[in-house]
Design a protein around this ligand. Structure first.
Ligand code: F3S
Length: 62
């Protein structure tokens, strides 16, 4: 499973990082980014939860 953050949609709400810091981080501007290429099975539920909670729907799960 892979997740991406669309930088054009991200408004820096930081919920992705609050919910799943193992997969998401925030850059200097406070925008979300993804730190792992492949989300390991034990983090997939959390990563999906983070995606669902992004108010801008900026996170895509594949
Ligand atoms: Fe951005 Fe959504 Fe995270 S707006 S910082 S991707 S919760």
């Amino acid at each position: 499973m892979q997740v991406t953050v669309d930088p054009d949609r991200c408004q820096g709400h930081a919920r992705c990082w609050e919910i799943c810091p193992e997969v998401f981080s925030l850059d200097e501007q406070g925008h979300g980014s993804v730190t792992v290429e492949e989300v390991p099975p034990e983090l997939q539920a959390k990563a999906r939860d983070a995606a669902r909670n992004c108010p801008e729907r900026a996170i895509t799960v594949r």
